[in-house]
Write a protein that binds this ligand. Sequence first.
Ligand code: SF4
Length: 84
Amino acid sequence: MAARDVPAGPPASLHIDWTLCDGRGLCTELLPDHLTRDDWGYPLALTPVRADRSDVPVPRAAIGAAREAVALCPRQALRLTLHD
Ligand code: SF4
């Protein structure tokens, strides 16, 4: 398969470190189309990259909100990685 035939992945991804998270859900309010909460309030990817729902694919239109979530997270539990 030629490189141009490989489907492009999301331009960014957001990683949630549940060991730091307080589960109050500020990030889920900022990214309601990409995050949900489990029964204890911890954020989960709505569309997981892998079976582990701690990695959230972030489309270009949501990068601003993801940056805001990283900046406002009170536990510094979020990390945004840009892929391009
Ligand atoms: S904003 Fe940070 S501490 Fe709060 S739920 Fe999201 S990841 Fe957890």
